[in-house]
Design a protein around this ligand. Structure first.
Ligand SMILES: C[S@@+](CC[C@H](N)C(=O)[O-])C[C@H]1O[C@@H](n2cnc3c(N)ncnc32)[C@H](O)[C@@H]1O
Length: 340
């Protein structure tokens, strides 16, 4: 039975990789004919690198299958979320890729019609050169799809791999009070909620628009949605058992990263756990160092380079955490630690 589950997950994941890779080709292939307007991101033509990435993708999908077969998370994680919405997004994605390319070509990093209001200054920018940064309904609508196109359908399995490291290291077999920070549109939320016994689950993000979409799409459950900056969490001391984030830290200036760790430590109960999933860092996989160099230029990530050199372990220990461990899979890295 285990083998059948593993194969079913592998087949489902590979088909998603195929679809998103074709979409990537389509978006930037089409744009070749429009090369006056469009500057596709730098894609390494290095065949050895492509082979290495390809092998990494297959290995990730295989491990995802083993995780389901081992009961780390349930089979529902592979269910496509919204096939109709996916198709409807395609023309919008193409239109947006033209706008993104224009911004990339002109190096426009603060291209907003108005706002955003009430957010820290470092966030008022077009991360990934994306339209409206994190601050519009349209940006929220396209965000997850754009991420999967960029990662060839591996973002979802890379996100949920954090569950494995959380469960491996700590016994989490009682109902938990969970806080997800920078949850965005809730790409990871349903998978995490299905994988733990949940007493309460607070979904938070600084973007009202992203949070609104998360609220609309996440299935009914013990969820509360709270707009919050990760460096100033509006929760009392010791109020959660698990606090985690996915793909937040590489977007923050170093001093803010440290503040977020301190805030997380504060809101965790003694014995509580922090989980972080983010990009790999320099030399985690030396063959991928070149990708870490081109990514922040192509996708306007001003704090990314510093992130790739950041000693997160020391920062976690400095914030008071113990039992720090880290691991990485394909393009993602994971840290898990405990508040003593
Ligand atoms: C790359 S997205 C990741 C979203 C989601 N976790 C995912 O896996 O798709 C980064 C998210 O962090 C949020 N964000 C950025 N800085 C933040 C901060 N200081 N506090 C809270 N959220 C923040 C953005 O609004 C955005 O939703």
């Amino acid at each position: 039975m285990k083998k059948i589950i593993e194969s079913a997950v592998l087949a489902s994941n590979l088909s998603k990789t195929l679809i998103y890779s074709l979409e990537y080709r389509m978006l930037y292939g089409l744009s070749k004919g429009l090369s006056f307007f469009v500057e596709p991101p730098t894609r390494e033509r290095n065949p050895e690198l492509l082979r290495h990435l390809g092998e990494g993708v297959v290995e990730l999908h295989r491990e995802d299958g083993r995780n389901v077969a081992d009961g780390i998370y349930p089979i529902q994680v592979i269910k496509p979320r919204d096939p109709r919405g996916h198709l409807e997004n395609l023309p919008r994605l193409f239109a947006d890729s033209l706008r993104i390319s224009r911004r990339r070509r002109l190096n426009l990093k603060h291209d907003f019609k108005s706002g955003p209001e009430n957010v820290p200054d470092y966030l008022k920018r077009n991360y990934h050169f994306q339209t409206d940064g994190y601050f519009s309904e349209e940006s929220a609508r396209l965000y997850e799809h754009q991420v999967e196109v960029l990662f060839s359908g591996t973002a979802a399995p890379m996100r949920r791999m954090l569950i494995k490291f959380l469960k491996k290291k700590f016994t989490l077999n009682r109902p938990l009070r969970i806080l997800e920070i920078a949850a965005g549109t809730g790409a990871a939320t349903a998978d995490f909620a299905r994988s733990f016994r949940v007493q309460s689950y607070t979904v938070s993000d600084v973007s009202e628009d992203y949070l609104k979409l998360a609220k609309k799409r996440i299935p009914k459950g013990p969820f509360e949605f709270v707009r919050a900056s990760a460096e100033a969490l509006p929760f009392s001391d010791g109020s959660f058992d698990l606090v985690f984030s996915v793909y937040l830290f590489h977007e923050l200036p170093r001093s803010v990263r440290e503040e977020v760790l301190k805030e997380t430590f504060r809101v965790l109960a003694p014995g509580g756990i922090i989980g972080i999933c983010d990009s790999i860092q320099r030399d985690d996989d030396p063959k991928l160092n070149v990708v870490l160099e081109t990514f922040p230029k192509d996708y306007h990530e001003p704090f990314y380079k510093d992130y790739t050199l950041w000693d997160a372990r020391s920062s976690l220990v400095g914030a008071g955490f113990t039992e720090v461990s880290s691991d990485h899979r394909l393009l993602s890295k994971y840290w898990v630690a405990r508040k003593p």
